[in-house]
Write a protein of this length. Structure first.
Length: 262
């Protein structure tokens, strides 16, 4: 090959590599923060609105529902949970078909720490059995059991994780967990109420976003006037609009976060 041809070809190759670098997409930023708003109890109107808001931003919501709330035998545990405001498995299956996550939040919202251990285990098993029979695609081995009142004991936690992938409860009340992996079986969280939580939640999220990272799990409930410690739907809309712009943050339901990052 003549020297001039060699130089020309080398120059073209170098230019091609340079242009390739210019046209290449920048490398994706590493996910350092995961955020889960964990909506409890099963308020029909609030959960419908929550699902719509999450879908507006191409996100999946994290719903945890009382297993027997739709049955005539259900007795609400307090004034914050009127039976007529709660949904049923027809709605929960619709949410699942749309890609949202629905997990068990106890059989009847009993405080499992205030009864004999074997009775508490029986309520958990009853809830899991009902979900297996009535929620499409439910698999206990991939499920997160959400303790009612965020109340559990080390003994109940240790037993429950032999039945499910993980449990959500309050251990220290720290909403920032380590990044999910195969060893994370007990998910810590925090909550606030009975008043509106917009300001408290916003402060907690902003503090988390300024941190080095981790998995932020916060127990929320209904929207606007529904439930204990509700947030306003307008705040949730603004919050999601802000969060989806953060490239190092991923917004995921609890079970999906465990499946993706473990």
């Amino acid at each position: 090959m003549k020297r001039r041809i060699f130089i020309r070809n080398a120059a073209l190759a170098t230019a091609g590599l340079y242009l390739g670098r210019l046209n290449a997409s920048p490398p994706a930023k590493k996910i350092t923060h995961i955020l889960t708003l964990s909506f409890d109890d099963g308020f029909r109107n609030s959960f419908i609105k929550t699902a719509e808001l999450y879908e507006k931003y191409n996100l999946k919501a994290c719903f945890n529902v009382i297993t027997s709330a739709h049955l005539p035998t259900f007795t609400p545990p307090d004034q914050y949970m009127p039976r007529q405001e709660l949904g049923d498995f027809q709605l929960w299956n619709e949410f699942v078909s749309r890609g949202h996550e629905v997990m068990p939040h106890g059989w009847a919202h009993n405080n499992l720490t205030k009864m004999p251990v074997e009775m508490a285990k029986g309520y958990i098993e009853k809830s899991l059995d009902y979900f297996s029979a009535h929620l499409n695609g439910f698999n206990p081995e991939k499920a997160v059991f959400v303790f009612p009142f965020n109340a559990s004991t080390p003994e109940l936690n240790q037993w429950a994780v032999t039945k499910v992938r993980a449990v959500r409860t309050i251990v220290r009340g720290n909403p920032v967990n380590p990044m999910p992996d195969n060893n994370l079986r007990v998910i810590d969280c925090n909550s606030h109420g009975p008043e509106n939580i917009d300001k408290v939640l916003d402060d907690a999220i902003n503090k988390f976003l300024k941190s080095a990272g981790g998995w932020f799990v916060y127990n929320t409930h209904g929207l606007d006037e529904e439930g204990w410690g509700p947030m306003t739907s307008s705040y949730l809309d603004r919050l999601l609009a802000k969060l989806v712009k953060i490239k190092t943050l991923e917004i995921l339901p609890a079970g999906m976060a465990l499946a993706k990052f473990s």
